[in-house]
Design a protein around this ligand. Structure first.
Ligand code: SF4
Length: 270
């Protein structure tokens, strides 16, 4: 897949931008920490590493697509110099996003519309295919063939849905369970989804950075003012720089999607 110009990147939908990064990024397989300032790292050390990261990005054929994804993802803050993505530092990304905020808001909305419509369409097709009665007019052999064709179509549609959801990096979702009548509570890890400290996710309410994960049920119940709460995440809305952090206890669903993964893996309590 060839690289994109900045103009092409601005006009592309998210799946095309991600496909370009996946296909030609020069940092694939390298340590992602090369693009982040470590906790407590001396500024002078980070300055040198940051310059190296910017140099790597400058030679990357995915740079325009990567920068556009970073801008749509809301990466970077004006006052925090701790990352490089798409060849830009966090403050550079924040300044560029400010300059292009109207265009980026429209691009993010279009990305969501496109992906959401495709998922809705595939889900409707899957439901129709799953309940369709196979044609039995061709005798036993004909009915077997019709049944096999129907199974194949259901598998194909399910694979399509799964690949879109996987691209959104979500875990097993509530909708999948409700379709199968499974109402047992999800394990805590699955309810939380990928919301670990440092992760950024988005839904119709905003774009949120996870500041802390609370897995003590008593503390979670106190924060959420809800008896029976098993966990809570403390988030801040990255689209409202003046907003105060607050606690969230809603289950991760297909309405949420991950924009930036957490920088450290979650280690469940023993
Ligand atoms: S521009 Fe930089 S961060 Fe983005 S894919 Fe290329 S090397 Fe990686």
């Amino acid at each position: 897949m060839p690289s994109m110009t900045p103009e092409q990147a601005r006009r592309s939908r998210r799946d095309m931008l991600q496909a370009t990064v996946d296909a030609v990024a020069v940092c694939t397989g390298t340590d992602p920490e090369a693009f982040f300032r470590a906790d407590g790292e001396q500024y002078i050390v980070w300055q040198a590493r940051r310059a190296d990261a910017v140099r790597v990005c400058a030679g990357c054929p995915a740079r325009a697509a990567c920068e556009e994804l970073a801008l749509r993802d809301g990466d970077g803050r004006p006052d925090v110099d701790d990352m490089v993505r798409g060849g830009l530092t966090g403050p550079d990304l924040a300044a560029t996003r400010d300059q292009q905020s109207d265009r980026l808001t429209a691009a993010v909305a279009a990305d969501r519309d496109t992906e959401g419509r495709r998922l809705d369409d595939l889900t409707a097709q899957l439901q129709r295919a799953a309940v369709k009665n196979p044609d039995k007019t061709g005798g036993h052999r004909g009915a077997s063939r019709a049944q096999a064709a129907q199974n194949e179509q259901v598998r194909y549609l399910a694979d399509q849905i799964r690949s879109i959801r996987t691209a959104r990096r979500g875990p097993r979702r509530m909708e999948d369970r409700s379709m199968t009548g499974d109402h047992t509570p999800l394990p805590v890890n699955e309810e939380i989804g990928p919301r670990r400290p440092g992760a950024i996710y988005q839904n119709v309410d905003g774009r949120f950075e996870v500041l802390a994960l609370i897995t003590d049920p008593g503390e979670a119940a106190r924060l959420l003012r809800r008896d029976g709460a098993r966990w809570a995440v403390i988030v801040r809305d990255t689209l409202r720089p003046d907003g105060q952090p607050f606690a969230v206890g809603s289950v991760w669903t297909t309405s949420d999607y991950l924009i930036r993964p957490a920088r450290t893996a979650f280690a469940p309590a023993a």
